[in-house]
Write a protein that binds this ligand. Sequence first.
Ligand SMILES: [Zn+2]
Length: 86
Amino acid sequence: MEHSDEVLTCEVAVNVGMEILADDQQVINLKDFVIPEFTCVICDDDCVGFGNNPEPIKPIKDGMCCDKCNYRVICPARWAERSIRK
Ligand SMILES: [Zn+2]
């Protein structure tokens, strides 16, 4: 996964409409942030969110892939690649 823990925490917080405290104790309303949108490089669907690293099926510079493709295509490909390398 390319997400840092911080990004994942923010993503979860946005989903539940939470407010988080920044380091300077200032309250940030996450509803004010724009959730990124992207087009999946594998199925071409318009998606909302941070996306997933599409490697090794596609280079990450081509864009991100959706959760569905991540589980259906990317994960099996990574497992296959790993087993070939052993
Ligand atoms: Zn997709």
